[in-house]
Design a protein around this ligand. Structure first.
Ligand code: SF4
Length: 259
């Protein structure tokens, strides 16, 4: 199915089903995906087998200059976004200047769009880097992925790069001491001869168990909304997401559902 890449450093504003009117920041190349996961549901497609020649990450100065231009322009049209979101063609925290770019973004937000929140959508694989961890503590919405409490399911759904260990990720998420939102994508799929389903009772029970260890401020649950690279992926009906949400609420968490 057709997936897509963001062809700019700053994109939008777009209406995000989870965040509102969102101005996006893409810290990855504009012509290639770069991620430490290779999720089978990724809207940017699967990771390229070979690195594209000429692809490069935007420099800190480019991001800052372009963001300032766009915020000025939107402000002059009274179209200031609700949120400035780090997302784009892969994992934003892989950018070596991510912490400095967060500082620039906070400064520009405070100057041009003081009411806008700053959100980072991340897969939690770079939390071992102290500067990344500290930068994430500075943003309004620190949104980290945890698709399952069962490592085999994460390996099947998210296809992490070598070195991934769920218990380490959970330990790092706990260190946020609640200043974190957990995002979980729910799907059912057949992939490479395996059935994948992170909505079963045993999956949900184990995942809520991990939420209790991590103690996030908010839990975001959602399912696929656009084309995915693997055709067999099934969207989870809203009624089923709402049932999962009830269990999350009963465990004492604030929950947001995007069907
Ligand atoms: S973590 Fe995000 S960007 Fe990376 S493969 Fe998964 S969905 Fe795509």
């Amino acid at each position: 199915m057709a997936t897509f890449l963001f062809d700019e450093i700053i994109f939008g504003p777009v209406i995000s089903r989870r965040l509102g009117v969102s101005l996006g920041i893409n810290l990855l190349p504009v012509d290639s995906k770069v991620c430490s996961f290779d999720c089978i549901y990724c809207e940017c497609g699967r990771n390229p087998r070979n690195k594209k020649t000429g692809s490069r990450l935007p420099r800190r100065e480019e991001v800052r200059n372009r963001l300032e231009e766009v915020l000025k322009e939107l402000g002059s049209k009274n179209r200031t976004p609700d949120v400035i979101t780090f997302a784009g063609n892969g994992e934003p925290t892989l950018h070596p200047q991510f912490p400095a770019i967060i500082d620039d973004t906070l400064e520009l937000r405070n100057g041009y769009a003081p009411k806008a929140r700053i959100a980072v959508l991340s897969n939690a694989t770079m939390l071992h880097r102290p500067a990344v961890f500290e930068a994430l503590l500075k943003v309004d919405d620190n949104i980290q992925k945890l698709d399952s409490a069962i490592e085999d399911t994460i390996r099947a759904m998210d296809c992490p790069a070598p070195g991934f260990q769920l218990h380490k990720t959970v330990g790092q998420l706990q260190k946020f001491e609640g200043k974190v939102t957990i995002q979980t994508m729910f799907i059912q799929a057949e992939f490479q001869g395996k059935s994948i389903d992170n909505t079963t009772s045993s999956e949900i029970e184990a995942w809520i168990g991990l939420l209790k260890e991590i103690k996030p401020a908010v839990v975001m649950i959602y399912t696929i909304a656009r084309d995915t690279p693997i055709e067999s992926i099934k969207k989870i009906p809203a009624s089923q997401l709402n049932e999962i949400a009830k269990k999350v609420k009963a465990a004492g968490f604030e929950v947001q559902v995007s069907g």
